[in-house]
Design a binder for this molecule. Structure first.
Ligand SMILES: [Zn+2]
Ligand SMILES: [Zn+2]
Length: 343
């Protein structure tokens, strides 16, 4: 059971990785000949005409295929779209894959509770509940029962899910640190924390959550309209040997991925004593690499495109964030350190 493996891995989280190359061209060239870990670009939250999107599934899939992604999850509201025909039409071994999904769309009173189920065996109806936490938990549990992988969507949409509630959800490892929909309040405001602050609050309690970036794309027909929910806003790069649903989802639940709104890494290594990353540079662009620990404190910041942080062991957790001079970000997954406080 993958959860057990994740839980065991998260306690010590030791990832030893050789240098990796991420360039899409290299991936294409290597894809069919070898099974080594490589970075696969994907989006796990997408809508189509099957719910409130404006475009048919085949056109949506084509957009992602033509824009350099290796995988896509279709996640319509309370609809599980068949992907067999889409993969026959647009999929290609080790190059592009469509994965089944559903945005299980529930609410508690006025608060929208949306939980994605990735690679579900069957449709999961919204489960309801007597509180925000119970509603989240019952939907997460139903997704697990259907052999899917859950992720909690846009916690600040409708200011629905607090850091405390998110911290208390069981059997969930993933939540959206960035969602491209223009009404989801990623950065907080008016006295309410942004998602990154919530993440640090949760990690500071010794609870491991991984942050994903998604499009939540609905609108493919008006790319000029910043009020619409467009594709290409946020994504993840997952390190996996094979382009299969199980390989991608196991890597995600083990934290072997990073989230991005445009920053690409050429290298990323974690050992028990260090965290190293290198950014793929663009002409004239500059970078800040931050290593962040307990309480959201910046442990160290490098004004360069490459940095190594030496882990002391008393930071509670360490995660990295890269900011480029054009406002784009990459979020590298946290490592919980021994002795991190537990609730
Ligand atoms: Zn939603
Ligand atoms: Zn959505």
């Amino acid at each position: 059971m993958s959860l057990l493996r994740v839980a065991a891995g998260s306690a010590s989280f030791v990832v030893l990785v050789s240098a990796l190359e991420i360039g899409a061209t290299r991936l294409e060239a290597r894809a069919t000949t070898q099974a080594q870990p490589r970075w696969l670009k994907g989006n796990t939250h997408t809508h189509t005409l099957n719910s409130d999107g404006d475009t048919a599934p085949d056109e949506v899939v084509r957009w992602y295929r033509e824009h350099g992604y290796q995988f896509l999850v279709l996640s319509d509201h309370n609809v599980l779209t068949s992907v067999d025909g889409l993969n026959a039409l647009l999929g290609a071994d080790e190059r592009f894959l469509v994965i089944r999904g559903e945005e299980v769309t529930d609410r508690f009173q006025t608060k929208p509770i949306h939980i994605n189920g990735l690679n579900l065996d069957s449709l999961v109806p919204p489960q309801g509940g007597n509180s925000v936490l119970e509603t989240v938990q019952r939907n997460v549990d139903a997704i697990r029962a259907a052999n899917g992988v859950p992720h909690v969507n846009h916690p600040n949409f409708g200011w629905a899910i607090s850091a405390d509630e998110l911290a208390r959800v069981r059997n969930n490892r993933l939540f959206e640190i960035f969602n491209g929909h223009p009404q989801v309040n990623n950065v907080g405001g008016g006295g309410s924390p942004g998602l990154e602050q919530m993440w640090d609050t949760i990690l500071s309690r010794g609870i491991l959550l991984y942050g994903i970036a998604v499009d939540d794309a609905h609108h493919f027909k008006r790319p000029w309209d910043a009020e619409s929910s467009r594709p290409g806003q946020g994504w993840i790069y997952v390190r996996a040997e094979r382009l299969t649903p199980s390989a991608i989802l196991e890597a995600m639940e083990a934290g072997d991925f990073y989230a991005s709104t445009g920053v690409v890494l050429t290298d990323y290594q974690v050992t028990p004593s260090s965290m190293t990353l290198t950014v793929r540079r663009r002409p004239f662009e500059k970078y800040r690499v931050q290593f962040i620990g307990r309480g959201g404190r910046v442990l160290w910041e490098a004004a360069s495109s490459s940095a190594t942080y030496r882990i002391r062991g008393d930071e509670g957790y360490v995660r990295a964030k890269v900011l480029d001079s054009n406002g784009r970000v990459a979020w590298v997954q946290p490592v919980l350190l021994p002795g991190a406080s537990r609730r």
